[in-house]
Ligand binder design. Structure first.
Ligand SMILES: [Zn+2]
Length: 240
């Protein structure tokens, strides 16, 4: 009886002190842990993205398969480095989007997909390319600026609906005569050149301009007049 009275007295006392019923269950243990835990840090600010800082849009569609050549070492620099700039997808200038949407529709109608090899290329990368090979035959002088560094160009090839690359007569970035649209195919290359022509037809119908010496390169007509090149470091955290 005395024990019951003492217990009730403790319950009443605790109620007046804490405003809650005492409990020995898991809830009170959690409350104790929360009391002793250090306060949570303030939420981290969201990481800045290319789309927040620049007029660039990410291409996110099953019709476009990413194979960015500067994100692996199968490129003329033999070095992957786009990830250092936070680039893991194809970004293009927002003014290219109506053409990309038209292109997507063309691919759908032809039961095809596209492989993108390069899209937006930071100006810093263009400068690095120039320092590696300052030859205007192969690399655009960064002082003039590449259409890629304005977000106005894409390097692209066709794939079938399963994503299997449709071969062209040369590899991308093959700076040879056979990379030109004027190249006369040899009999054993006819199929590859037909695929190259199909790509050109689809791209031009979508509003892109072809570049004579690079079958894979397509851009906004007008040579980028009025569009500045885009330097990303400082806005985006770039790895050294
Ligand atoms: Zn290009």
């Amino acid at each position: 009886m005395i024990k019951v009275i003492i217990f009730l007295a403790l319950v009443i006392l605790s109620y007046f002190r804490h405003g809650v019923k005492p409990s020995t269950g898991p809830r009170s243990q959690a409350a104790e842990t929360a009391k002793s835990a250090p306060p949570l840090p303030p939420p981290a600010p969201p990481k800045p993205t290319l789309e927040q800082h620049f007029p660039l849009r990410k291409i996110d569609s099953p019709y476009f398969i990413n194979d960015l050549v500067y994100n692996h070492d199968n490129n003329f620099l033999k070095h992957p480095f786009y990830h250092k700039f936070g680039i893991d997808a194809c970004y293009v200038h927002k003014d290219l989007m109506p053409m990309m949407i038209k292109l997507e529709q063309e691919l759908y109608e032809k039961n095809l997909r596209a492989i993108v090899f390069d899209c937006f290329r930071p100006q810093e990368v263009q400068e690095y390319m120039w320092s590696f090979n300052p030859n205007p035959k192969f690399v655009m002088d960064p002082k003039i600026g590449s259409m890629h560094s304005r977000g106005l160009a894409i390097d692209i090839g066709l794939a079938d609906k399963h994503g299997v690359k449709i071969e062209k007569a040369t590899e991308v970035d093959s700076f040879t005569k056979s990379a030109s649209h004027d190249y006369k195919c040899k009999p054993h290359e006819i199929e590859k050149c037909e695929a190259r022509q199909l790509l050109k037809d689809i791209m031009e119908r979508s509003g892109f301009r072809a570049l004579r010496h690079e079958w894979w390169h397509y851009e906004l007509p007008g040579r980028g007049a009025g569009y500045p090149t885009i330097r990303v470091c400082g806005h985006i955290e770039c790895e050294k």
